[in-house]
Design a protein around this ligand. Structure first.
Ligand SMILES: CC/C=C\C/C=C\CCC/C=C/CC(=O)SCCNC(=O)CCNC(=O)[C@H](O)C(C)(C)COP(=O)(O)OP(=O)(O)OC[C@H]1O[C@@H](n2cnc3c(N)ncnc32)[C@H](O)[C@@H]1OP(=O)(O)O
Length: 281
């Protein structure tokens, strides 16, 4: 059933050992022969932490799906319990200056490509989805999540601030007062809470069911003119997209300044240490 499986082995050189996951591509794209829908899978063990390499592969895969004229894009994870742990905190903790710039710029690219994608998009959230994971999911048009996981923008819990465009994605899904309170609290929603509040659209009992529900959503546009649909979506999303496009340099500057504050570095260090302690217990 798969028209193509794009999963090339692209050797990569990087000078920073801690960021080297492996030499293979960190995303795969599978296009269903019958439906023409592309499934984009993140595959960066252990937790799909969004580092520069995973973001680069995500960006290239989204581009590829747009160029292939796929009928839709479903974003998911190869990890059975984690959709994405969000940004790889190691990219922000004691960062290398040039790499930090490339990291944030590529994250901006991914958001612009996914939130602004011309094709219908859906997320099959088959695991936990904090922060950057939630950003990816809320950039899609539809979300199906498996039970007993969590999703949300928890940045304030790390002592950091979600940028405006993270909030735009969140606000495109949640009512303003729910979004505002959740952002201020750094709230992580359980699957049930996410469904009740509209942060996700459906619950599925398995990844296969989630993928099928996402495909059904994408299929709901089969009788709609694709150009009319994509121009409608892009018009609705134009204000948020232009806001970042017009302020990319300032957004990058703000991020670099903020991340390099001693208090932020200290907070990230403590958060990482606690994560490591927890994983050893
Ligand atoms: C005005 C403002 C302008 C600009 C703003 C500037 C800057 C701020 C913007 C920054 C935005 C950030 C958004 C983010 O995405 S930050 C990341 C937030 N992510 C999290 O908080 C998730 C943390 N992780 C977890 O909660 C759990 O790991 C998880 C539920 C995902 C999985 O749990 P599980 O028990 O299955 O695994 P663990 O044992 O916890 O983890 C396994 C190993 O992975 C490491 N890990 C986990 N998450 C991360 C991460 N996000 N980054 C790096 N590393 C991570 C964890 O430490 C374990 O490592 P080892 O001990 O095995 O080495």
């Amino acid at each position: 059933m798969l028209r193509s499986t794009i999963s090339s082995l692209v050797p990569r050189a990087t000078s920073v050992a801690r960021h080297m996951s492996n030499a293979a591509k960190l995303t795969t794209v599978e296009i269903n022969d019958v439906t023409g829908i592309a499934t984009l899978t993140m595959n960066r063990p252990p937790v799909n932490g969004l580092n520069l390499e995973l973001l680069t592969d995500l960006n290239n895969s989204i581009q590829e799906i747009e160029d292939n004229k796929s009928r839709g894009l479903i974003l998911t994870s190869s990890n059975p319990t984690i959709f994405s742990a969000g940004l790889d905190i190691l990219e922000m903790y004691k960062p290398d200056k040039e790499r930090l710039k490339a990291f944030w710029t590529t994250l901006q690219d991914v958001w612009l490509a996914l939130y602004g994608s011309a094709v219908p998009t859906a997320a099959a959230i088959n695991g936990h989805s904090p922060a950057g994971g939630c950003l990816l999911a809320t950039s899609c048009e539809y979300r199906v999540m498996l039970p007993k996981f969590t999703i949300g923008l928890n940045e304030t819990k790390l002592g950091i601030v979600a940028p405006k465009w993270f909030m735009s994605s969140f606000l495109s899904v949640l009512p303003r007062r729910v979004a505002e309170r959740a952002l201020n609290q750094g709230r992580m929603f359980t699957t049930d809470e996410a469904l009740r509040n509209g942060l996700i659209d459906e619950v599925a009992n398995s990844k296969e069911e989630a993928l099928a529900k996402c495909a059904e959503f994408i299929g709901s546009f089969s009788k709609v003119n694709p150009l009319a649909r994509s121009l409608t979506k892009q018009q609705l999303r134009a204000a948020e997209l232009s806001e970042l496009e017009n302020e990319r340099a300032q957004d990058l500057e703000k991020f670099i300044f903020f991340v390099n504050q001693p208090a932020v570095q200290k907070g990230l260090g403590i958060y990482l240490e606690n994560l490591k302690k927890k994983s050893k217990n």
